[in-house]
Design a protein around this ligand. Structure first.
Ligand code: AMP
Ligand code: GLY
Length: 442
């Protein structure tokens, strides 16, 4: 079957998705619909529609006009808005869950309650609130160890951690009051300690194919300081486990994803078809869930798709047809490091309009993916968010880190990135931190 595949979204994640599809021996026709023109994606596509990606009608009309046979939805907002449902209704198969299933990401309380209802391990203590009733008892129980989360999608701004963003119980009360006044339900949960990692699985509702574990770096500055961002960079190791994790940690995280996929089908009465992304923390008492996402991580997907050896079109088709059982999914046994270049001032007051000059040749094993850029008078200009991502794969994390830095060194301009991601010193620090966390249980 000759596929025409619609990609919804236009960040570096969608650029990596387009590049992975374009590598397929099946030579699919690619089309993209998004709010902005990404020149890296446009180069790989035969049609590009600009519009609101949460407008289900606009997306499906574009998909039908170009006779899409399959769609891949990159970001969470269109999934939460029901774009997958609308595409299926038009007879277009989708990689990305329907609205009801996407609540695993769009409602933090739904995710926690699903785990509790189906007796799935991994929840810390949590309570969901619609008002301030009962809040004092929880704050008294966990005065220094709580996290408050807006129940809905808040673009990464809805989570406040005690001791970090919340410096007193009064701060916590104030944040809860703010959420109550906005009419937003919220979740208060126990703050847990350990090392975070992402474990994503391709899922057709029946079969899960797990990807290598990845670690993201959410803070803007080196040493995990500064404001939270969408993610400044990521790494994976050649054995597909991270150096601070045990085989048991990976097995626990995989088991949680498997049980959650089954619970979602039982709860929503339809199969979860897409990427199930567990955001976990390895703690002294096993693996705990931080959050679920209903899509590929960004930047995690840049590492994973660069390592993917299996034909990505075949995987997407198998997710849509629920035949993943017959598709073995293989990732190259190499390490990878991804770093984002971002404008000065990012994330709070980013400069906009700086020219982005990319090297004409990059060595084998290194790729550049475009994110928040535009083309103006034939030059690339930064539009103010994460700008370009450089991904390197190599035999070890250290070699991938060096290769990544070498290419970043060839990109001039007032951009910054985190030099520490994937360095031997930063990785060793995480191993030491995890050892200290595990020792604390003896
Ligand atoms: P989320 O948007 O749920 O991923 O939360 C953003 C960040 O807050 C996570 O990456 C964690 O660093 C932190 N966080 C969220 N929940 C918890 C928790 N229960 N304990 C400790 N840290 C947390
Ligand atoms: N890397 C974090 C995310 O994709 O949500």
């Amino acid at each position: 079957m000759m596929e025409t595949i619609l990609i919804v979204g236009s960040g570096a994640r969608e650029h990596a998705i387009a590049a992975a599809l374009a590598r397929s021996a099946q030579q699919p026709t690619l089309i993209c619909f998004s709010g902005a023109l990404n020149p890296g994606i446009a180069e790989l596509c035969s049609a590009y529609g600009i519009g609101s990606i949460t407008d289900a009608t606009a997306v499906t009309v574009f998909a039908s006009d170009y006779r899409a046979t399959l769609a891949i939805v990159g970001p969470e907002a269109p999934l939460a808005a029901g774009v997958a449902d609308a595409l299926w209704q038009r007879g277009i198969a989708v990689v990305g869950p329907r609205q009801s299933l996407a609540r695993i990401e769009s409602s933090k309380g739904f995710a926690r309650e699903l785990l509790a209802k189906y007796c799935i391990a991994g929840n810390p203590f949590f309570q969901r609130f619609d008002s301030l009733d009962g809040l004092e008892a929880v704050l008294e129980r966990y005065p220094h160890q709580h996290v408050i989360k807006d129940d809905g999608l808040a673009g990464g701004k809805g989570v406040k951690v005690c001791g970090d963003h919340l410096l007193s119980v009064e701060d916590s009360r104030r944040f809860c009051k703010e959420l109550e006044m906005l009419g937003h339900p919220f979740v208060v949960e126990e703050k847990i300690e350990g090392e975070e990692f992402s474990l994503m699985s391709f899922c057709d509702g029946r079969t899960l194919r797990h990807m290598p574990a990845v670690q993201d770096h959410k803070r803007a500055y080196e040493g995990d300081r500064g404001p939270n961002t969408g993610g400044m960079g990521t790494y994976t190791d050649a054995d597909h486990k991270l150096p601070f994790l045990t085989g048991e940690d990976i097995a626990e995280a995989r088991a949680i994803n498997e049980k959650v996929a089954a619970a979602l089908e039982a709860e929503c009465g339809m199969p979860y078809q897409g990427v199930l992304y567990g955001g976990f923390m390895a703690t002294r008492s096993g693996v705990k869930l931080i959050e679920y996402n209903a899509r590929f991580g960004d930047p995690e997907s840049l590492n994973l798709l660069s390592l993917l050896e299996t034909d990505f079109v075949a995987i997407c088709r198998a997710i849509a047809d629920r035949t993943l059982e017959s598709v073995p999914v293989v990732f190259s046994p190499r390490a990878s490091v991804c770093k984002y270049l971002v404008p000065e001032g990012y994330p709070d007051r980013p400069r906009k309009g700086d020219v982005v000059t990319l090297p004409t040749d990059v060595p084998t094993g290194v790729s550049i993916f475009l994110s928040a850029v535009n083309v103006s008078d034939d030059v690339l200009v930064a539009t103010g968010s994460r700008t370009v991502a450089v991904v390197a794969t190599a035999a070890s994390i250290a070699e991938a880190e060096t290769a990544c830095e070498r290419v970043i060194g060839e990109i001039p301009g007032p951009f910054f990135h985190r030099r520490d991601i994937g360095t031997a010193a930063a990785v060793a620090q995480r191993i030491e931190h995890m050892k200290a966390v595990r020792r604390a249980c003896d």
